[in-house]
Design a protein around this ligand. Structure first.
Ligand code: RB5
Length: 149
């Protein structure tokens, strides 16, 4: 656990229930959930929610971001446009672990219409317990960052 134990959560309308379940789950793991909504299932465009979460991660307010839409894809694409974000969509625990260990991901995206709640919670757990390995992976991550220049 790092000093900053806040995790921002956001989604579009398709993932309200799963987002709330993840927020409750990460609290049991010792993290503070910063759930920025939306609160209702009214249709709302995913890019703005991906960006809002991303801004809280790159500002340092939150250590990680977990974002959701129907597929996890659109909101991930939006978040990755914010400088400093490394976000991957995961539908399996292996990928969730690897995006931390090898890619030093600071955001995780999940498709609420793709994975069920049980698997989603396992994916979140895998992401949060894995550590960046550094070493040969560090210059590769730096190369990703250099693409933002
Ligand atoms: C909304 O219907 C849907 O397009 C959105 O949740 C997401 O899947 C986009 O990538």
């Amino acid at each position: 656990m790092t000093a900053n134990n806040r995790i921002v959560l956001s989604s579009d309308h398709s993932a309200i229930q799963l987002r709330q379940a993840i927020a409750a789950h990460i609290a049991t793991l010792g993290w503070e959930a910063v759930d920025i909504g939306p609160a209702t299932a009214e249709s709302t465009p995913y890019p703005q929610h991906g960006e809002a979460a991303a801004r809280l991660v790159v500002s340092g307010d939150c250590r990680f971001g977990i974002i959701l839409c129907g597929t996890g894809q659109g909101i991930m694409m939006a978040a990755n446009k914010v400088r400093g974000v490394r976000c991957g969509v995961c539908a399996d625990t292996f990928s969730a672990r690897m995006i931390r260990q090898h890619n030093d991901a600071n955001m995780l995206s999940i498709g609420a219409r793709v994975v069920g709640e049980g698997l989603a919670l396992d994916i979140v757990g895998a992401f949060l317990t894995a550590q960046f390995e550094g070493g040969r992976h560090a210059p590769r991550v730096e190369m990703i960052t250099a693409l933002e220049a």
